[in-house]
Design a protein around this ligand. Structure first.
Ligand SMILES: NC(=O)c1ccc[n+]([C@@H]2O[C@H](COP(=O)([O-])OP(=O)(O)OC[C@H]3O[C@@H](n4cnc5c(N)ncnc54)[C@H](O)[C@@H]3O)[C@@H](O)[C@H]2O)c1
Length: 302
């Protein structure tokens, strides 16, 4: 395969002052990409702020001969998202790549979760997805090229105790990815999802039994992220799980379904058919809304 090169490309990486985002920014820059290193330098729960993390990553990139500029705006506001994209446009006049990686955690079991924590987590991950993708998508649409990577998580894709806000936000980004995948097709904007696992500030003190030692190396995730925002990646709407040297695909699937008759069925009949309705032996692994609704209409027309 030809080398994955980003010469003349411009990228925004949100939350790039530390953890996974930092390694994405460094690797993109090493491959010739000009990078907006976005990070307000908040703590793990989103409080506080410090310009040093983003500035340090910029200094690291420049010291290695690359080009980068810092952005200390937060993705949680519309103005912040616009300012992040404007930094790329004002500095280099283009934007080819967006990795929405910024994230915070406020884990609590649901009964103990207050609205403030819920809203703060959704604001960074999900609203942040809108705030930064919306101006970026407009630029990419006008240019007829773009690569967007959403950071999702197994906590949302499968569920995880204590992570209602985080899981909901991460699954919300999958919905955003699915729609932007469709809307971006005409303009060569590929939108994919990445579900990482790595030992970072976010996960460092979480109890993770059986986690392999290699989890400390974020490079396992970086390779996937950088490929998925390269021109070489021609797929769109794909969610990759990456971590510890493992790589795999995760996606929504549906079964064949059951037609229960022309008249609205009774609750009892629905209950009696529950096992048939929920069986998952015959699974469609490449679903689209159109194909699924086609199946629904086809079965209903029988
Ligand atoms: N590490 C894992 O195992 C893991 C697993 C699943 C998903 N993720 C996701 O990967 C991404 C990176 O996480 P990480 O593990 O590197 O954690 P991290 O805490 O090291 O990095 C997150 C970065 O996001 C920044 N950030 C927070 N709020 C922001 C805001 N409003 N605007 C811009 N930046 C903001 C933080 O300052 C921080 O530098 C996150 O989206 C996280 O949810 C990580």
């Amino acid at each position: 395969m030809s080398s994955i090169d980003f010469t003349d490309r411009v990228a925004v990486v949100t939350g790039a002052g530390g953890g996974l985002g930092r390694t994405y920014a460094l690797e993109l820059a090493r491959r010739g990409c000009k990078v907006v290193v976005n990070d307000p330098g908040v703590s793990r729960d989103g409080t506080g702020g410090d310009s040093a993390p983003a500035d340090q990553v910029v200094a690291e990139i420049r010291a290695a001969g690359g080009e980068a500029v810092a952005s200390h705006d937060g993705v949680e506001t519309e103005a912040g998202g616009q300012a992040i994209v404007a930094t790329a446009m004002d500095t280099w006049g283009r934007l080819d790549v967006l990795i929405h990686n910024a994230g915070i955690l406020r884990d609590r079991s649901f009964a103990k979760m207050g609205a403030e924590d819920w809203k703060a987590v959704l604001a960074v991950h999900l609203d942040g997805g809108f705030n930064v993708c919306n101006p970026a998508f407009k630029v990419m649409k006008a240019a007829g090229y773009g690569r967007i990577l959403m950071t999702t998580s197994v906590s949302g894709l499968f569920g995880n105790f204590g992570q209602a806000s985080y899981g909901a936000a991460k699954m919300g980004l999958v919905g955003l990815m699915n729609v932007l995948t469709i809307e971006g097709k005409k303009y060569d904007i590929k939108v994919n999802g990445l579900s990482p696992t790595a030992h970072t500030r976010m996960t460092g003190d979480l109890k993770r039994e059986g986690l392999p030692d290699v989890s400390r190396d974020t490079g396992h995730v970086t390779a996937a992220a950088v490929y998925m925002v390269s021109e070489a990646c021609q797929d769109t709407g794909v969610i990759i799980h990456a971590g510890h040297g493992f790589y795999g695909r995760i996606q929504v699937a549906h079964n064949d379904g059951v037609f229960l008759g022309r008249e609205p069925t009774t609750v009892e009949n629905f209950a009696e058919n529950w096992d048939r309705i929920t069986e998952f032996d015959n699974v469609e692994t490449k679903p689209t809304l159109q194909a699924y609704m086609g199946l629904v209409y086809e079965k209903s027309a029988r």
